[in-house]
Design a protein around this ligand. Structure first.
Ligand SMILES: Nc1ncnc2c1ncn2[C@@H]1O[C@H](COP(=O)(O)OP(=O)(O)O)[C@@H](O)[C@H]1O
Ligand code: SF4
Ligand SMILES: [Mg+2]
Length: 358
């Protein structure tokens, strides 16, 4: 039976465009669309994985959510409030309850600030606790992220720690404010596999203990599979497939999700990785000549798609359709995957609810 919950976050028709210089010496500007008409809800208490290759718009989505930037179009609603409208006290409270950790912990840790000061600083900024109680709060949080005994770390500096320890400090600094929402942008992509697993377990522990909702951004479907309740697969700024992790991993319906799964290393097999790389090669060589993925009139994945047909894929952008409750796919042929035969259900999963769980 599906579990039904309200969303804590709603991206409502979010588009983000950047203006960039045409070339190093050129005077003209061109526009890059990092996110295109993104509609996405994240449920309270879930770990939601946003998965896609480099340049697909994942970090942009995270930066908009913590209000480091504003959208070009659309509304971003957090706990029922459009964050574009936030000012003064309400904005300050938003900054407390929504936190972000980055791929490189140095983005949140000042190299010249001790670990104690780094973790304590948010408490001081938000006027939480007294000098004495803050020591206890920092100790407790460092212990929770596995930096123990905490006093041994108080006077160290980021450069005296390993990469994994620095990421633990970044998590402690973010979680000391007991946020309701944490954006984790590729937090383990600079770490090796065993250290990454430890960081995942800390994030799971944070969700368990504090009920924090996590937007986990990653290029790795393997990482997302381990950690996330639901996944959104994003490609060139558009959501391509959305659903429970198990459903997407075991029964992907979008050719891009399928390609990402094919690229997952399997025991004694490297052919699938070669197949995925071949797709990339074909795109670079101008596969399906005359159409680029920048063509606004065609499916963004058409230049790389093995299943695509000129009509309709090359002529218009498919919309994100419900395939089953909570499972949405942006592909004209999503319901025609051989051997699966689930009909399109345009009513399921609508109405401000999300469906995941048992
Ligand atoms: N500040 C910026 N100025 C111009 N272009 C940007 C900026 N930030 C991101 N982009 C562009 O937006 C697209 C999405 O970037 P990003 O969100 O960083 O993707 P991802 O995190 O998935 O790698 C890319 O084409 C990137 O070059
Ligand atoms: S709509 Fe067509 S081109 Fe796009 S992913 Fe589906 S089959 Fe491929
Ligand atoms: Mg990124």
């Amino acid at each position: 039976m599906a579990v039904e919950q309200e969303y804590i976050v709603e991206f409502q028709g979010i588009t983000k465009r950047y203006k960039t210089k045409q070339s190093l010496f050129g005077r003209g500007t061109k526009e890059v669309t990092a996110l295109e008409d993104l509609d996405l809800g994240i449920c309270r208490g879930e770990i939601f994985g946003l998965v896609g290759e480099s340049g697909s718009g994942k970090t942009t989505a995270g930066r908009l959510l913590v209000k480091l930037e504003d959208p070009t179009e659309g509304s971003l609603v957090v706990e029922g409030t459009d964050i574009n409208q936030l000012k003064g006290r309400a904005l300050r409270e938003f900054r407390r309850k929504v936190q972000m950790i980055f791929q490189d912990p140095y983005q949140s840790l000042n190299p010249q600030v001790s670990i104690f000061e780094a973790v304590c600083e948010p408490l001081v900024i938000h006027g939480i606790g007294t000098p004495d109680t803050r020591v206890d709060m920092v100790s407790e949080m460092l212990s929770l992220v596995g930096l123990s005994p905490p006093e041994d770390f108080f006077h160290r500096f980021p450069h005296q720690l390993s990469g994994g320890q620095r990421q633990r400090v970044a998590i402690a600094r973010a979680m000391i404010l007991r946020p309701s929402l944490l954006v984790a942008d590729e937090p383990t992509s600079m770490l090796d596999a065993s250290i990454s697993a430890q960081i995942f377990n800390i994030l799971l522990e944070m969700r368990e203990r504090f009920g924090v909702t996590i937007l986990f951004i990653t290029h790795s479907l393997a990482a997302a599979r381990y950690l996330c309740d639901r996944l959104g697969v994003i490609y060139k700024g558009r959501l391509m497939e959305l659903g429970p992790s198990g459903t997407l991993i075991s029964g992907p319906r979008h050719p891009y999700t399928q390609a990402l799964i094919d690229a997952l290393p399997k025991f004694g097999q490297c052919g699938s990785v070669v197949r995925y790389n071949t797709l990339l090669e074909r795109e670079r060589e101008g596969f399906k000549e005359g159409l680029s993925s920048g063509n606004a009139r065609c499916c963004p994945f058409f230049p790389r798609c093995r299943r695509g047909e000129e009509d309709p894929c090359g002529l218009s952008v498919p919309s994100l359709e419900n395939l089953a409750p909570g499972h949405m796919v942006r592909c004209y042929f999503a319901s025609l995957v051989p051997g699966q035969g689930v009909a399109l259900d345009t009513d399921a999963g609508q109405g401000g609810k999300c469906y995941y769980g048992t």
